[in-house]
Design a protein around this ligand. Sequence first.
Ligand code: UDP
Length: 235
Amino acid sequence: MKKLELLYEGKGKRLYRCEDEDLLISEFKDDLTAFNAQKRGNEEGKGVLNCQISTKLFRLLEENGIKTHLVDTISQNEQLVKKVDIIPLEVVVRNIATGSLVKRLGIEDGKVLPFALVELYYKDDDLGDPLVNDEHCLLLDIASESELEELKRLGREINTILKSFFAKRDLKLVDFKVEFGKDRDGNILLSDEISPDSCRFWDAKSDEKLDKDRFRQGLGGVKMAYEEVLRRIKN
Ligand code: UDP
Protein backbone atom coordinates (compact mmCIF):
# COMPACT_ATOMS: atom_id res chain seq x y z
CA MET A 1 0.00 0.00 0.00
CA LYS A 2 1.57 3.27 -1.14
CA LYS A 3 2.01 6.02 1.43
CA LEU A 4 0.61 9.32 0.20
CA GLU A 5 0.55 12.74 1.88
CA LEU A 6 0.81 13.42 5.58
CA LEU A 7 -2.64 14.19 7.00
CA TYR A 8 -1.90 14.71 10.66
CA GLU A 9 1.07 14.67 12.99
CA GLY A 10 0.41 13.95 16.67
CA LYS A 11 2.77 13.58 19.61
CA GLY A 12 3.46 9.90 19.06
CA LYS A 13 2.35 9.14 15.51
CA ARG A 14 1.95 10.49 11.99
CA LEU A 15 -1.09 9.63 9.88
CA TYR A 16 -0.80 9.36 6.10
CA ARG A 17 -3.35 8.98 3.37
CA CYS A 18 -2.96 5.86 1.22
CA GLU A 19 -4.39 4.49 -2.02
CA ASP A 20 -7.47 3.12 -0.25
CA GLU A 21 -9.93 5.90 0.73
CA ASP A 22 -11.17 3.95 3.77
CA LEU A 23 -7.71 3.30 5.22
CA LEU A 24 -4.81 5.30 6.65
CA ILE A 25 -1.18 4.55 7.42
CA SER A 26 -0.19 5.19 11.03
CA GLU A 27 3.55 5.66 11.61
CA PHE A 28 4.85 5.36 15.17
CA LYS A 29 7.43 8.02 16.08
CA ASP A 30 10.44 7.89 18.40
CA ASP A 31 9.39 11.18 20.05
CA LEU A 32 8.35 11.23 23.69
CA THR A 33 6.31 13.98 25.31
CA ALA A 34 4.94 14.43 28.81
CA PHE A 35 3.06 17.02 30.87
CA ASN A 36 1.02 18.25 27.90
CA ALA A 37 4.19 18.33 25.72
CA GLN A 38 6.09 20.62 28.10
CA LYS A 39 8.73 17.88 28.41
CA ARG A 40 10.04 16.51 25.12
CA GLY A 41 12.48 13.75 24.24
CA ASN A 42 13.42 11.16 21.66
CA GLU A 43 14.31 7.50 22.10
CA GLU A 44 15.64 5.78 19.00
CA GLY A 45 13.68 2.59 18.30
CA LYS A 46 10.72 3.51 20.52
CA GLY A 47 8.39 3.78 17.51
CA VAL A 48 9.23 0.26 16.39
CA LEU A 49 8.73 -1.12 19.92
CA ASN A 50 5.38 0.64 20.40
CA CYS A 51 4.16 -0.47 16.97
CA GLN A 52 4.97 -4.09 17.80
CA ILE A 53 3.49 -3.89 21.31
CA SER A 54 0.32 -2.14 20.16
CA THR A 55 -0.17 -4.54 17.25
CA LYS A 56 0.05 -7.58 19.55
CA LEU A 57 -2.36 -6.07 22.07
CA PHE A 58 -4.89 -5.01 19.43
CA ARG A 59 -4.79 -8.54 17.98
CA LEU A 60 -5.30 -10.02 21.43
CA LEU A 61 -8.29 -7.72 21.97
CA GLU A 62 -9.73 -8.57 18.53
CA GLU A 63 -9.45 -12.27 19.44
CA ASN A 64 -11.50 -11.45 22.52
CA GLY A 65 -14.28 -9.68 20.64
CA ILE A 66 -13.16 -6.02 20.77
CA LYS A 67 -13.45 -4.31 17.38
CA THR A 68 -10.38 -2.25 16.48
CA HIS A 69 -9.17 -0.03 13.65
CA LEU A 70 -6.13 -2.26 13.00
CA VAL A 71 -5.97 -3.88 9.56
CA ASP A 72 -2.33 -4.95 9.26
CA THR A 73 1.26 -3.96 9.93
CA ILE A 74 3.12 -2.90 6.81
CA SER A 75 6.58 -2.25 8.28
CA GLN A 76 8.27 -2.33 11.66
CA ASN A 77 6.76 1.00 12.68
CA GLU A 78 3.73 1.36 10.41
CA GLN A 79 0.20 0.04 10.63
CA LEU A 80 -2.57 0.08 8.09
CA VAL A 81 -5.70 1.20 9.93
CA LYS A 82 -9.35 1.89 9.18
CA LYS A 83 -10.19 5.56 8.80
CA VAL A 84 -12.37 6.68 11.72
CA ASP A 85 -13.57 9.91 13.29
CA ILE A 86 -11.83 9.99 16.63
CA ILE A 87 -14.19 10.64 19.55
CA PRO A 88 -12.33 13.39 21.46
CA LEU A 89 -12.26 11.51 24.76
CA GLU A 90 -9.46 9.72 26.56
CA VAL A 91 -10.94 6.73 28.35
CA VAL A 92 -8.67 6.03 31.34
CA VAL A 93 -9.06 2.84 33.37
CA ARG A 94 -7.22 2.41 36.68
CA ASN A 95 -6.53 -0.63 38.83
CA ILE A 96 -3.94 0.96 41.12
CA ALA A 97 -3.87 4.61 42.24
CA THR A 98 -1.00 6.70 40.93
CA GLY A 99 -0.37 9.76 38.75
CA SER A 100 -3.08 12.39 38.46
CA LEU A 101 -5.56 10.39 40.59
CA VAL A 102 -3.23 10.60 43.58
CA LYS A 103 -2.59 14.31 43.02
CA ARG A 104 -6.28 15.14 42.56
CA LEU A 105 -7.84 13.09 45.35
CA GLY A 106 -5.00 12.43 47.78
CA ILE A 107 -5.34 8.65 47.54
CA GLU A 108 -2.18 6.80 48.61
CA ASP A 109 0.18 6.10 45.69
CA GLY A 110 0.15 2.36 44.93
CA LYS A 111 -3.20 1.64 46.59
CA VAL A 112 -5.00 -1.22 44.84
CA LEU A 113 -8.45 0.11 43.95
CA PRO A 114 -11.50 -1.93 45.05
CA PHE A 115 -12.85 -1.81 41.49
CA ALA A 116 -11.61 -0.67 38.09
CA LEU A 117 -12.11 3.08 37.98
CA VAL A 118 -13.11 4.53 34.61
CA GLU A 119 -12.52 8.22 33.89
CA LEU A 120 -13.13 10.37 30.82
CA TYR A 121 -10.88 13.24 29.77
CA TYR A 122 -11.77 15.72 27.04
CA LYS A 123 -9.02 15.67 24.39
CA ASP A 124 -8.18 19.34 24.05
CA ASP A 125 -4.56 20.45 24.40
CA ASP A 126 -5.48 24.11 24.92
CA LEU A 127 -7.62 23.13 27.90
CA GLY A 128 -5.02 20.61 29.15
CA ASP A 129 -7.27 17.55 28.58
CA PRO A 130 -9.68 18.20 31.49
CA LEU A 131 -11.48 15.42 33.41
CA VAL A 132 -15.14 15.44 32.37
CA ASN A 133 -18.29 13.63 33.47
CA ASP A 134 -21.14 12.32 31.32
CA GLU A 135 -23.11 15.55 31.55
CA HIS A 136 -20.12 17.60 30.40
CA CYS A 137 -19.86 15.27 27.38
CA LEU A 138 -23.57 15.70 26.57
CA LEU A 139 -23.28 19.47 27.02
CA LEU A 140 -20.30 19.64 24.65
CA ASP A 141 -21.99 17.20 22.25
CA ILE A 142 -18.97 14.88 22.37
CA ALA A 143 -20.99 11.66 22.55
CA SER A 144 -24.53 10.47 23.20
CA GLU A 145 -25.63 8.79 26.42
CA SER A 146 -25.56 5.33 24.82
CA GLU A 147 -22.13 5.99 23.28
CA LEU A 148 -20.78 7.05 26.69
CA GLU A 149 -22.11 3.82 28.18
CA GLU A 150 -20.47 1.84 25.37
CA LEU A 151 -17.12 3.63 25.80
CA LYS A 152 -17.08 2.88 29.53
CA ARG A 153 -18.15 -0.72 28.99
CA LEU A 154 -15.42 -1.19 26.37
CA GLY A 155 -12.85 0.38 28.71
CA ARG A 156 -13.78 -2.11 31.45
CA GLU A 157 -13.77 -5.06 29.06
CA ILE A 158 -10.37 -4.11 27.65
CA ASN A 159 -9.11 -3.82 31.21
CA THR A 160 -10.35 -7.30 32.12
CA ILE A 161 -8.64 -8.84 29.07
CA LEU A 162 -5.36 -6.94 29.41
CA LYS A 163 -5.08 -7.22 33.19
CA SER A 164 -5.20 -11.01 33.14
CA PHE A 165 -2.92 -11.18 30.06
CA PHE A 166 -0.27 -9.09 31.83
CA ALA A 167 -0.70 -10.80 35.20
CA LYS A 168 0.40 -14.05 33.51
CA ARG A 169 3.53 -12.17 32.39
CA ASP A 170 4.38 -10.83 35.84
CA LEU A 171 3.27 -7.29 35.03
CA LYS A 172 0.75 -5.24 36.94
CA LEU A 173 -1.47 -3.20 34.64
CA VAL A 174 -1.68 -0.10 36.85
CA ASP A 175 -3.71 2.08 34.51
CA PHE A 176 -4.09 2.89 30.83
CA LYS A 177 -5.66 5.26 28.35
CA VAL A 178 -7.57 4.24 25.22
CA GLU A 179 -9.22 6.16 22.43
CA PHE A 180 -12.08 5.19 20.17
CA GLY A 181 -13.26 6.26 16.74
CA LYS A 182 -16.39 5.84 14.66
CA ASP A 183 -16.24 4.29 11.21
CA ARG A 184 -18.54 5.47 8.43
CA ASP A 185 -21.27 3.05 9.58
CA GLY A 186 -21.15 4.47 13.11
CA ASN A 187 -19.40 1.44 14.64
CA ILE A 188 -17.19 2.31 17.60
CA LEU A 189 -13.68 0.93 17.05
CA LEU A 190 -10.73 0.91 19.44
CA SER A 191 -8.20 3.23 17.77
CA ASP A 192 -4.89 4.99 18.46
CA GLU A 193 -2.48 2.69 20.33
CA ILE A 194 -1.92 0.71 23.51
CA SER A 195 1.72 0.85 24.53
CA PRO A 196 4.00 1.82 27.42
CA ASP A 197 3.38 5.42 26.29
CA SER A 198 -0.29 5.06 27.20
CA CYS A 199 -0.23 2.44 29.98
CA ARG A 200 1.52 2.04 33.30
CA PHE A 201 3.16 -1.34 33.88
CA TRP A 202 4.84 -2.31 37.13
CA ASP A 203 6.90 -5.46 37.57
CA ALA A 204 4.78 -7.82 39.67
CA LYS A 205 7.58 -8.60 42.13
CA SER A 206 9.65 -5.40 42.40
CA ASP A 207 7.08 -2.76 41.35
CA GLU A 208 9.76 -1.42 38.99
CA LYS A 209 8.18 0.98 36.48
CA LEU A 210 8.30 -0.31 32.89
CA ASP A 211 6.54 2.52 31.04
CA LYS A 212 6.62 6.21 30.14
CA ASP A 213 6.91 7.19 33.81
CA ARG A 214 10.64 6.41 33.34
CA PHE A 215 10.70 9.37 30.93
CA ARG A 216 8.24 11.54 32.89
CA GLN A 217 10.28 11.11 36.08
CA GLY A 218 13.71 11.10 34.40
CA LEU A 219 14.53 7.59 35.66
CA GLY A 220 16.45 6.56 32.49
CA GLY A 221 16.28 3.13 30.87
CA VAL A 222 13.20 4.03 28.82
CA LYS A 223 14.05 1.81 25.85
CA MET A 224 15.10 -1.10 28.05
CA ALA A 225 11.75 -0.93 29.83
CA TYR A 226 9.75 -0.93 26.57
CA GLU A 227 11.91 -3.83 25.28
CA GLU A 228 11.16 -5.75 28.46
CA VAL A 229 7.40 -5.20 28.03
CA LEU A 230 7.61 -6.49 24.44
CA ARG A 231 9.69 -9.49 25.54
CA ARG A 232 7.08 -10.44 28.14
CA ILE A 233 4.19 -9.92 25.70
CA LYS A 234 5.87 -12.31 23.25
CA ASN A 235 6.30 -14.97 25.97
N1 UDP B 1 -2.34 8.87 29.65
C1 UDP B 1 -2.05 8.96 28.31
N2 UDP B 1 -2.15 10.17 27.69
C2 UDP B 1 -2.53 11.29 28.34
C3 UDP B 1 -2.81 11.20 29.73
C4 UDP B 1 -2.70 9.96 30.36
O1 UDP B 1 -1.74 7.96 27.66
O2 UDP B 1 -2.61 12.35 27.72
C5 UDP B 1 -2.24 7.56 30.33
C6 UDP B 1 -1.04 7.47 31.26
O3 UDP B 1 0.05 6.91 30.60
C7 UDP B 1 -1.55 6.55 32.35
C8 UDP B 1 -3.05 6.81 32.40
O4 UDP B 1 -3.39 7.40 31.16
O5 UDP B 1 -1.33 5.20 31.98
C9 UDP B 1 -3.48 7.71 33.52
O6 UDP B 1 -2.71 8.89 33.51
P1 UDP B 1 -2.87 10.02 34.63
O7 UDP B 1 -4.25 10.58 34.56
O8 UDP B 1 -2.43 9.49 35.94
O9 UDP B 1 -1.96 11.17 34.10
P2 UDP B 1 -0.47 11.63 34.39
O10 UDP B 1 -0.07 11.22 35.75
O11 UDP B 1 0.30 10.97 33.30
O12 UDP B 1 -0.59 13.11 34.22
